[in-house]
Design a protein around this ligand. Structure first.
Ligand code: NAD
Ligand code: MG
Length: 393
């Protein structure tokens, strides 16, 4: 029986994780659930899954949850703040940690889980983008296990030889083909992009996801972050990763070998597949996912991404090539720009402008420590807010 902490249990990945877990009560037990402010959903999840701990980052929300749990489930310990998150990421009774908080807020508990030698199921790509080498070193030094949950990286993990940590060159891998749906604006006339609204940007054609990653999919910054994520996970560089637009989202990514073989992982676009894979690895369990019917799909399409339409893709590659804290600066600027866009203070096409300005203005450093990374993250957020105001003027 494996004890599981779900960081960000009220989000899209969190809910899917609990769905898979509840199909296998003999294998997995929920030790802790966490959320930011959504008391009602966390309350309902607590009553259903009876964890030992429930953490709400927001203190008022935590008090409210505690009050509501008093007569429904008084044995659940309610914690708050970042200390609460760290406690349940590192607790001895926890075997696996699903890292599904969105954005930089997930960095510290995800690193905590790695430091405590857990199996880390990594959905929170921003954590790896920010802290790349530090995170990978922490995993290795503490003999933690890292299972990618992002569907593309999960696909690549499935198609790679098991000794891929020796480096792609040494295991006969030529390149990674990272698929992308192209998002909701793949064919929108370029001159209309500036007027796109948050709801239009969040209407993803194939996946139902949180609002931040949905906007990232519309700008394709999501794919940019995923290029960086793949570089760290699979010990490679951006020039060995080709982004392929594949609008059906059936092939989740591919790996090309030196003998000409190309291995792919296919499946219906449903995050429960990579979640179940990460939980059960190296075994396989039922995920509740509808089986793939190739006759229903009938055809699969592939096109090259257009960098004029998707400048964020270029910005992410450049940041990774620059190295050091550049990826953390890119990520922080993106988080602010997306938030400003979701609050209708920034136009869709200005998201990339804000990020480019911040990358020009904020000097990057060697990412030698968490402090250095977090300093540049803070600075980048300040510059991104200023750039937003400038663009609105
Ligand atoms: P979401 O917005 O649906 O959920 C986010 C979760 O994080 C919620 O439980 C929320 O309470 C919590 N949270 C938000 N802000 C927080 C804060 N400041 N402190 C602590 N907790 C906070 O997001 P999602 O779509 O589930 O995505 C989660 C992560 O998984 C993201 O990093 C995303 O890039 C990644 N991911 C998601 C999908 C998907 O299909 N949704 C696919 C691949 C990767
Ligand atoms: Mg993905």
């Amino acid at each position: 029986m494996k004890g599981i902490t779900v960081l960000g249990s009220t989000g899209s990945i969190g809910v899917n994780t609990l769905d898979v877990i509840s199909r296998h009560p003999d294998k997995y037990g929920v030790k802790a659930l966490t959320a930011n402010t959504n008391v009602d959903i966390l309350l309902e999840q607590c009553v259903r899954h009876m964890p030992e701990f429930a953490v709400m980052v927001d203190e008022n929300s935590a008090s409210l949850l505690e009050k509501k749990l008093k007569n429904k489930a008084p044995d659940i310990t309610v914690l708050s703040g970042i200390d609460g998150l760290l406690k349940v990421a590192e607790d001895d009774a926890v075997d696996y940690v699903m890292a599904a908080i969105v954005g930089a807020a997930g960095l510290l508990p995800t690193l905590g889980a790695a430091r405590a030698g857990k199996r880390v199921l990594l959905a929170n790509k921003e954590a790896l983008v920010m802290s790349g080498k530090l995170f990978m070193d922490t995993i290795q030094e503490n003999e933690a296990e890292l299972l990618p949950i992002d569907s593309e990286h999960n696909a690549i993990f499935q198609c790679m030889p098991s000794d891929f940590s020796k480096g792609m060159d040494n295991v006969g891998v030529k390149k990674i083909l990272l698929t992308a749906s192209g998002g909701p604006f793949r064919t929108t006339p370029l001159e209309q992009l500036a007027a796109m609204t948050p709801d239009q940007a969040c209407a993803h054609p194939n996946w139902v996801m949180g609002r931040k990653i949905s906007v990232d999919s519309a700008t394709m910054m999501n794919k940019g972050l995923e290029v960086i994520e793949a570089c760290w996970l699979f010990h490679t560089r951006p020039e060995f990763i080709q982004v392929v637009i594949h609008p059906q989202s059936v092939i989740h990514s591919l790996v090309e070998y030196s003998d000409g073989s190309v291995l792919a992982q296919l499946g219906n676009p449903d995050m429960r597949t990579p979640i179940a894979y990460g939980l059960a690895w190296p075994e396989r369990i039922d995920a509740g996912v509808e089986r793939l019917n190739l006759f229903d799909i009938a055809r699969l399409d592939f096109v090259k991404p257009d960098e004029q339409r998707f400048p964020c893709l270029r910005l992410a590659r450049e940041a990774m090539q620059q190295g050091g804290t550049s990826s953390a600066i890119l990520n922080a600027a993106n988080e602010i720009a997306v938030d400003e866009f979701l609050h209708k203070r920034l136009r869709f096409t200005d998201i990339a402008r804000v990020i480019e300005t911040v990358l020009e203005k904020v000097a990057h450093h060697e990412a030698t420590s968490l402090d250095v990374i977090l300093n540049d993250d803070t600075l980048a957020r300040e510059f991104a807010r200023a750039a937003t105001i400038d663009l609105a003027a």
